[in-house]
Design a protein. Structure first.
Lengths: 457, 245, 193
């Protein structure tokens, strides 16, 4: 049953209590670093508002800015492609590689390409893909998907990484030292950088005014890949566009602080023109983003700059892990983006939340994530993605709770049953509350009963 | 001042003492309190589960029971927020009036009654549980996420209570895991979140946990009883209503 | 209809009434001593800083990096270095010129013409960037007001040595880019011709 998927996955994750605590504390630590960075900038809230305003405005003029970007980029010698969906994107990327007779590509982090399942497509068609972000390379070896969009291997302990590197890189068995393991990856990936003719990157920001793309990394892998290669392919979602170059100051001041608590990522690379003798391609991808754009309630989810601050603060994410969401982009933002991609597959995600609202408060572009989670619940239910049993139960509940007579009667009866035939209610098999919690005591009088009896007037 | 008392359905049924305390507290602060007898439920249980379109009868019943001309005071942040954000159907101007007048108990006392003292005594070590909807939805207190001045309306009131030792858990406003339907649809997560929250309070060695929402406290109490933790829950109204001896 | 046409049409189908271009003005954080802040932040992110008082001091400092068993590319005298792509991966030290430097985050704007090759600031083992004290600004807003990002084909804000925390959140300095960054801050009277 679709709506149980996240809850089943979460229950499995939580069964390992020690590991859940470790995962929870690790992510909370990242949240705490964000807090420190945010509270050190007096203008933090003004920055969030500015970023939100820029993105709101951009979404209202997306066609203008995309066309301006294309015009400027082309004038600078960049080849611009458009892909309506994931399949078209993958084909375009493949064609660029294949036409040049190349069979290996290095790739820095791009959640868009994860969404499009590019790696599988290329591999299936004879192109080796080497993910060069350290976290992504680790999960690639393990044949897993990233569990976090900024910290792909956050679900793994150093022992796990050590075992994986021992298997694939022949590092010392049992050597868990992060420095040792990172150096091993450095050597291994430098070989790949050096021998790759094509490099693919994501795009953090595409500047309409200048036709430039900006890529932010800490590791330097995006640049090493691109500058070693002859061909640079940059994949971007249509929503990555921003109007002006100086808007970058707003976003770059917010991005790393929100993501990891750093003032800025180590490298913020502005690609304007390909190096002489080399090729640069940008693939502008829709993949249902225009569909989300058409929904007034959900349109602003496209403002997302993929910082994952919402992941780090979300108690559900922290205590159930990214893989519990069974989707490319997990966490709160993923729960309002994924249903747009596939309602049936992801109908459970908006319910994987207590609507606490912490996500909306940490979002650097002020997406009202928790409100959109509520709205998706309504839409998915109305469109028939709820289990019939649930709908029946809710209809019954609504009838009772909406009628003073039925409400007072069932309250009285219910409490009587709880006091006199407790085993009917105190049952772990069919009362999920009772599995690990006691029921509240059932008083003889409701407040209303007491009030009528004791009314002073 | 005339006020209308809006009591959450689960408080009416399972925690009448919280409603009694709210009533008596408001009376002791000089209010003339009316409790519309035919009120039932605000509709939040259905709405948050995706069935907002089933809440017509709850909405109608709410509008029928409350005039909208006096303040509607409710000892629950989430029920108050739900009415403010989702009450609909029928006379739009009456509904607008209701929205303007519906208030959670603490914020009513601080912002409308503007009391400078509450004659209460509770010489115990008490941990405060921040409930999310009241905090982030109604702005009953500042949040750990937003860069802004620190304030708390519930704390303002608790500071009047003689002898109380008020403490906060390390993760001040991390959700307790009740979440309405979530408490049963994601039972494992709900319990885990509640247990983690309780661990933080147990570390503080408090006798009581208090807060503004009995739903959160009911969820923690369920875990406390099952695990026999040496700790009790009390709604803030109950503490504010303990008269000074 | 091409993909481009379809996408633009879909966007236009839901385009609301135009709203005016926004004016964004942020009062960015400023510092009484920009240089001090820059150094503090850079140190905290793994960078090492030296203050250079004179032209001679600069030449002496640069000379410290050069030794016979090291491959060094000195961006100030690039013609002296022969290099190929293979050599760039074997460079021990690269010394290059930086432009605007940002106090709030320790970042330095480096443009292509000062890199010798786009790859050099990333492939060398240790990177040395020489900046002028007068080019230190308070924050990124001031930086972007000063630079023209498309002046050259490529430019990058570099803040510290490369790093990662992808293995159990343990910070490791030196990921794929340089394992060390040293910044030489020259004072106004130092000619860096």
């Amino acid at each position: 049953m679709m709506q149980q998927q996240h809850s089943d996955n979460a229950a499995k994750f939580i069964a390992d209590d020690a590991r859940t605590n470790w995962h929870d504390e690790t992510l909370w630590f990242v949240r705490a670093k964000r807090d420190k960075a945010a509270h050190n900038l007096p203008e933090w809230e003004a920055l969030r508002q500015a970023a939100s305003d820029i993105k709101d405005h951009t979404l209202n003029h997306l066609d203008t800015y995309l066309l301006e970007f294309e015009e400027k980029a082309k004038a600078n010698g960049i080849i611009v492609h458009w892909a309506f969906d994931a399949d078209e994107h993958n084909q375009i990327v493949y064609d660029i590689i294949h036409q040049s007779g190349i069979t290996k590509m290095v790739k820095s982090k791009s959640m868009l390409t994860e969404e499009c399942k590019l790696n599988e497509f290329l591999q299936h068609n004879g192109v080796e893909v080497v993910d060069t972000d350290l976290g992504e390379r680790i999960v690639q070896f393990r044949n897993e998907t990233p569990s976090h969009i900024v910290l792909p291997a956050i679900h793994l302990k150093k022992e796990d990484v050590s075992a994986t590197f021992h298997e694939f890189l022949h590092t010392e068995k049992g050597n868990n030292d992060p420095l040792y393991l990172t150096r091993a990856a450095r050597v291994h990936l430098r070989n790949h950088f050096f021998t790759s003719e094509v490099a693919l990157t994501g795009v953090n920001f595409a500047v309409a005014e200048t036709g430039s793309i900006v890529v932010c990394t800490n590791e330097g892998n995006a640049d090493l890949g691109v500058h070693s290669a002859r061909i640079h392919i940059a994949s971007m979602g249509i929503e990555k566009i921003i109007p002006k170059a100086n808007h970058l100051s707003v976003f770059l001041r917010l991005l790393a602080r929100s993501a990891t608590g750093q003032p800025v990522t180590t490298y913020n690379s502005h690609f304007n023109r390909p190096q002489p003798g080399k090729e640069m391609h940008v693939v502008i991808v829709n993949n249902k983003r225009t569909q989300q754009l058409a929904e007034p309630d959900f349109k602003s989810s496209l403002k997302c700059i993929r910082c994952a601050a919402c992941f780090n603060t979300c108690p559900i994410y922290r205590k159930s892990g990214g893989h519990s969401y069974h989707t490319t982009v997990a966490g709160p933002i993923g729960s309002i983006l994924s249903p747009n991609l596939d309602k049936k597959q992801h109908a459970d995600l908006p319910f994987a939340s207590t609507l606490c609202g912490s996500c909306s408060n940490v979002c650097p572009v002020k997406i009202d994530i928790h409100n959109q989670l509520w709205k998706w619940r309504q839409l998915l239910t109305k469109e028939g993605y709820a289990p019939p049993a649930k709908t029946l139960a809710m209809k019954g509940m609504a009838n009772v709770l909406g009628s003073p007579f039925l409400y007072n009667l069932s309250g009285k009866v219910g409490r009587w049953v709880m006091r006199n035939i407790p085993f009917l209610v105190n049952n772990k098999n069919w009362n999920p509350w009772f599995k690990q919690r006691d029921m509240p005591k059932a008083p003889e009088q409701s407040f209303r009963d007491w009030y009528i009896k004791n009314k002073k007037s | 001042m005339k006020v209308e008392l809006f009591i959450p359905c689960y408080v009416d049924q399972f925690y009448p003492k919280v409603a009694i305390a709210s009533l008596q507290l408001l009376q002791s602060l000089g209010c003339e309190v009316d409790f519309p007898l035919q009120q039932t439920c605000c509709g939040q249980p259905m709405a948050n589960s995706g069935y907002n379109h089933f809440t017509e009868s709850c909405n109608k019943n709410f509008v029928d029971n409350f005039s909208g001309n006096s303040f509607i005071v409710c000892p629950s942040g989430s029920c108050t927020l739900h009415i403010k954000e989702h009450l609909t159907g029928g006379d739009e101007s009456k509904i607008e009036n209701i929205r303007k007048h519906v208030m959670e108990l603490s914020e009513f006392i601080t912002d409308v009654l503007k009391v400078s003292n509450i004659n209460a005594g509770f010489p115990h070590r008490v941990g405060y549980l921040t409930s999310c909807h009241g905090q982030r939805g109604l702005h009953l207190s500042s949040t750990s996420e937003i860069n802004g001045p620190r304030f708390s309306k519930p704390e303002q009131l608790l500071r009047f209570v003689k002898g109380i030792e008020l403490v906060y858990p390390q993760r001040v406003d991390d959700c307790c895991g009740f979440g309405g339907g979530f408490c049963v649809t994601e039972e494992a997560l709900s319990v885990k979140m509640g247990q983690d929250r309780l661990k933080q309070f147990l570390e503080l060695d408090v006798e009581f946990i208090t807060g503004n929402d009995m739903s959160c406290l009911m969820h923690l109490e369920g875990l406390i009883q099952r695990n026999k933790y040496p700790i009790k829950v009390l709604h803030i109204a109950e503490i504010l209503n303990t008269s000074l001896k | 209809m091409t993909a481009k046409d379809k996408i633009i049409a879909a966007i236009r189908a839901v385009k609301p009434e135009a709203d005016p271009i926004l004016e964004i003005k942020i009062n960015g954080l400023t510092f009484a001593d920009k240089r001090k802040q820059f150094i503090e932040v850079l140190n905290s992110i793994g960078g090492v800083v030296s203050i250079i008082d004179s032209k001679q001091a600069l030449e002496e400092k640069i000379a410290e990096f050069i030794s016979p068993n090291k491959i060094v590319i000195n961006g100030f005298h690039p013609m002296e270095s022969e290099y190929s792509k293979a050599n760039l991966y074997e460079v021990d030290v690269a010394i290059i010129r930086g432009g605007v430097a940002v106090a709030e985050n320790g970042a330095i704007w480096v443009t292509e013409k000062n890199m010798v090759d786009r790859m050099l600031p990333f492939s060398c083992e240790q990177l040395v960037i020489v900046i002028e004290e007068k080019n230190i600004v308070n924050n990124l807003h001031e930086a972007y007001d000063l630079i023209n990002i498309t002046e050259e084909g490529y430019g990058v804000f570099i803040a510290g040595p490369s790093k990662t925390a992808d293995i159990e959140q343990s910070l490791v300095i030196g990921a794929h880019g340089p394992v060390a960054l040293q910044v030489l801050i020259t004072k106004d009277n130092t000619s860096t011709e």
